[in-house]
Design a protein around this ligand. Structure first.
Ligand code: COA
Length: 148
C-alpha cells in the first residue's frame, strides 16, 4: 500500500457519500445503467450491499483523512467485478491509478480466494481503461481482466 492512500470498509454512515458519488453526472454517464438513482432505491440497495458480505465488498479509498473514491467488489465464486469512481474534485491527478493499484493489492492481501478481477468499461471511458491497464489488466472479450 502507498503511505498516502488506503482502503477502509464502508459503513452505513457512508450512505450519503456513496449516493452523491453514484449520482454524479460523469459516473452515471459511464455506468451501463445511466438512469438517475432515486435516494430511497439507493438506501435499500446500499443496505443490501453492506449485508450481503458473501457477494459484496464496498470500500472507500482514503487519502490521509479524506475520502477520495470508492471501489466495490461484486464477488461471484473466485472472481470479482470491480465498480469504481473517484470524487470529481480529485480526478485527473493520479487517484484513479492509485485506486486500481491499491485494490489489486487489497484483494491479494485480504481476499486471496479471489483469483480474477474484472473491469467492465465502456469503450469511450479512456481514463478507466488506462488506469486498469497500468495495473496489469489485459483486455479480453469480457472487457479487462487481471489474474491474481
Ligand atoms: C475513471 C476514473 C476512476 C479515473 O480516475 P482519475 O483519478 O480521473 O484517473 P487518473 O488521474 O489516475 O488517470 C488514470 C489514467 O487515465 C488518464 N486520463 C485521466 N483522465 C483522462 C481523460 N479525461 N481522458 C483520457 N485519459 C485520461 C491519465 O493520464 C492516466 O493515464 P496514465 O497514468 O497512463 O497517464 C474517474 O475519472 C471517474 O471516477 N470517472 C467517473 C466514473 C467512472 O468512469 N467510473 C468507472 C466506470 S468503469
Amino acid at each position: 500500500m502507498s503511505d498516502k492512500y488506503y482502503y477502509r470498509y464502508a459503513t452505513k454512515d457512508d450512505v450519503d457519500l456513496i449516493y452523491n458519488w453514484a449520482n454524479e453526472k460523469e459516473v452515471r454517464a459511464n455506468s451501463f445503467n445511466s438512469n438517475e438513482i432515486k435516494y430511497e432505491d439507493h438506501v435499500r440497495w446500499f443496505d443490501r450491499i453492506l449485508s450481503d458480505k458473501e457477494h459484496n465488498v464496498q470500500l472507500i479509498l482514503m487519502c490521509d483523512d479524506t475520502p477520495v473514491g470508492q471501489c466495490r467488489l461484486s464477488i461471484d465464486n473466485r472472481q470479482a467485478t470491480i465498480g469504481l469512481s473517484v470524487d470529481k474534485n480529485y480526478r485527473g491527478t493520479g487517484v484513479g491509478n492509485a485506486l486500481i493499484s491499491n485494490i489489486c493489492e487489497w484483494v491479494r492481501e485480504n481476499r486471496p480466494d479471489i483469483k480474477t478481477l474484472i473491469g467492465q468499461i465502456k469503450p469511450e471511458n479512456e481514463a478507466s481503461a488506462k488506469a486498469v491497464i497500468n495495473s496489469g489488466f489485459v483486455e479480453t472479450y469480457r472487457n479487462y481482466e487481471l489474474k491474481l
